[in-house]
Write a protein that binds this ligand. Structure first.
Ligand code: NAG
Ligand code: NAG
Ligand code: NAG
Ligand code: NAG
Ligand code: NAG
Ligand code: CU
Length: 592
């Protein structure tokens, strides 16, 4: 090979420097334009003339942070009937007035607490004005034999149109418990508040071993990002060439349906109707006793932002992720990251007598900045929830070691408590590539793709449509049940060609996360069908992989998961970042 001369090397270096500067300038222009149009576009600003007057109407009821396992763990399975009338109402969840979805006049929706084996009959009535449809998905539930009630528009149902109703009938499997939630699965309604918690308590008779958490009090932390503009407008801004694919950065944060927005942070050019009042409820303070431990069930209901939680007042241990998937115990610390939209985590919180930094006790939530590609001056990206700690009954004064206090627990590095029984090899492998692309023939608008298919819902939904009528926006992987009695084992490798990560959700199943990889430079895809087929992320972990229903695919990399296709039906698989899902990053698996 010829060695390049000094002068050639010099030229190459000059060219590289020039390209670097050019890329920097272009990136700056893109980001600046996105920032400018997001902040100043008149298209999206709204001012509400008249504020409602009653307290709940002003602030929204929020949801109570106290859960009630004692009402469910010791009773036999039953059937519950609910009628949910869904409409819109004006609320100030964080002080800023917004039209939100309300279920039976509640924002967020009611807290549903049940036990394994219960049946829910939920009669959903659409009383929305205009022509807006509705569908509700029960995130994380297996829905065995109940595919038709999964709520995924375009896959399992048409939207319920105004004036009509639909009855969801869901029997929760005997082998399923944990922290779940329900949310809209039509359009972008989730970002305007159509969601609520769904807690499945583990019945005491489902426990073979002595349960250390028996009788532990439970608290709820329903946390997510919040936009002051209507979700339709936010989406409309994203899906235009001028956004350059920069996702809309949220304006605020809600905890249990309430926030504390500082009105003076609003950007003058996009005015909001903001109540700066002394009696603003703000973020709710859970009351804890320093002599006890508590199970906190955390749900990220957000549209874009993953978050980290830090406390100065308690030791935290992870118990379970998503729907009751136990984590190998022992890791204790005072901070935890990252919980992505759609994911849940149950943590054991043991309050300390004295805080580690001498300040008043708090939990703080900080948004992960990885998907925030331009500054939103209106957003305070770290917010604290005060905790009210009583230390009346403390017998021993427990203080964390410096090491414990400094430890950050990474949700992406957890391992399972119990080794699963996985086969050496899967019966079938599905490989896909996810990417956001701005294509000239789509007017440079940022659409989400999986293997070159950008999803759009079709009607009638796929379960009711003959295969030959499925349009070109449907990418469906067929899984034949085969001879394996409990259903075939499937390996699913999702490659991510984007600069940002995607938390993917598979409906109707839990998956084992076998391997995950992100390239420092270049792309880190893995296609086992290609030779050489050595995965960059190393061998699959079949010894103690975590089980999840919403799993993260890092940037320029891939995640490989294994699941058992035991659950016949048409199941959606999609990015749970709402703006990506709504721009087409979705597909389906058809378990036959
Ligand atoms: C539900 O729809 C049926 C038929 O469309 C109608 O007869 C019934 O009154 C509706 N129920 C409610 C509560 O709106
Ligand atoms: C609200 O924001 C303004 C402007 O950034 C700041 O000066 C003020 O201290 C903030 N108020 C609170 C209560 O954080
Ligand atoms: C303190 O402990 C005693 C005995 O364990 C109990 O009866 C009492 O209710 C506790 N007080 C509080 C405030 O928790
Ligand atoms: C997606 O594309 C890759 C690469 O062309 C291919 O190997 C794979 O089978 C495709 N997956 C599906 C579900 O079509
Ligand atoms: C997507 O389409 C492009 C252009 O037609 C092709 O080069 C590429 O291989 C396709 N990717 C996949 C994953 O099928
Ligand atoms: Cu995504």
């Amino acid at each position: 090979m010829a060695v390049p001369s000094e002068s050639k090397l010099y030229l190459i270096r000059r060219a590289r420097t020039f390209i670097t500067i050019l890329v920097a300038v272009i990136s700056f222009l893109f980001i600046f334009t996105a920032y400018w149009t997001y902040t100043y576009s008149s298209l999206t600003s709204r001012i509400y003339p008249n504020a409602p007057s009653t307290h709940d109407e002003i602030y929204g009821n929020g949801v109570d942070n106290v859960l009630h396992p004692q009402h469910h763990t010791h009773r036999s399975p039953s059937t519950f009937h609910y009628e949910w009338v869904i409409t819109k109402g004006r609320r100030r969840p964080d002080g800023v007035l917004k039209d939100v979805y309300i279920i039976n006049n509640l924002f967020p929706g009611p807290v549903v607490e049940v036990r394994s084996g219960d049946t829910l009959v939920i009669h959903v009535v659409n009383r929305l004005p205009d022509s807006e449809g509705i569908a509700i998905h029960w995130h994380g539930l297996y829905m065995r034999g109940q595919n038709r009630f999964d709520g995924a528009v375009g896959f399992t149902q048409n939207p319920i149109i105004p004036g009509e109703n639909f009855t969801y009938e869901i029997t929760i499997a005997n082998d399923q418990w944990g922290t779940f939630w329900y949310h809209a699965h039509e359009g972008v309604q989730r970002a305007d508040g159509l969601f609520g918690p769904l807690i499945v308590h583990r019945p005491s008779d489902a426990k073979r071993h002595v349960d250390e958490q028996q009788g532990v009090e439970e608290r709820l932390l329903l946390v997510g990002d919040w936009y002051h503009r209507p979700a339709q407008d936010v989406m409309g801004w994203f899906i235009q060439a001028a956004s350059f694919g920069n996702e809309p950065v949220p304006d605020s944060l809600l905890v249990n349906g309430r926030g504390a927005y500082n009105c003076s942070m609003a950007v003058p050019a996009t005015p909001v109707d903001c109540a700066r009042r002394q009696d603003l409820l703000g973020l709710p303070a859970p009351s804890l006793d320093a002599g006890k431990s508590y199970r906190f069930r955390m749900i990220n209901h957000g549209s874009l932002a993953g978050f980290q939680i830090v406390t100065n007042a308690a030791m935290v241990q992870v118990l379970e992720v998503d729907g009751g998937n136990e984590v190998s115990s022992g890791i204790e610390g005072m901070s935890l990251d990252t919980l992505y939209p759609g994911q849940r985590v149950d943590i054991l919180v043991t309050p300390l007598e004295a805080t580690s930094d001498g300040r008043a006790p708090y939990f703080s939530i900080s948004f992960n900045l990885e998907n925030f590609k331009y500054p939103n001056l209106a957003l305070k990206d770290v917010q604290s929830i005060p905790i009210d700690i009583q230390s009346t009954n403390v017998s021993t004064s427990f203080r964390p070691t410096a090491l414990q206090a400094a430890r950050r627990i990474s949700l992406q590095l957890l391992v399972a408590a119990h080794p699963p029984e996985l086969p050496e090899e899967a019966d079938m492998t599905i490989v896909v590539y996810a990417a956001t692309q701005k294509l000239a023939h789509l007017h440079n608008k940022p659409y989400g793709f999986i293997n070159n298919t950008s999803w759009k819902p079709q009607s009638p939904p796929l379960i009711d449509a003959p295969r030959k009528t499925w349009d070109r926006n449907q990418l469906i992987a067929d899984i034949a049940s085969g001879s394996n009695a409990g259903g075939p084992w499937i390996d699913l490798v999702i490659n991510n060609l984007d600069d940002d990560g995607h938390p993917f959700h598979l409906h109707g199943h839990d998956v084992y996360v076998l391997s995950s990889y992100s390239a420092q430079r270049g792309w880190g895809s893995y296609n086992p069908f290609d030779a050489p087929n050595e995965p960059l992320g190393g061998d699959y972990n079949t010894a103690n992989p975590m089980k999840q229903d919403t799993f993260f695919i890092p940037r320029h990399g891939y995640t490989a998961v294994r699941f058992r296709a035991e659950n016949a039906g048409m199941w959606m698989l999609h990015c749970h970042l709402l703006w990506h899902q709504a721009s087409g990053m979705a597909m389906g698996v058809n378990v036959m």
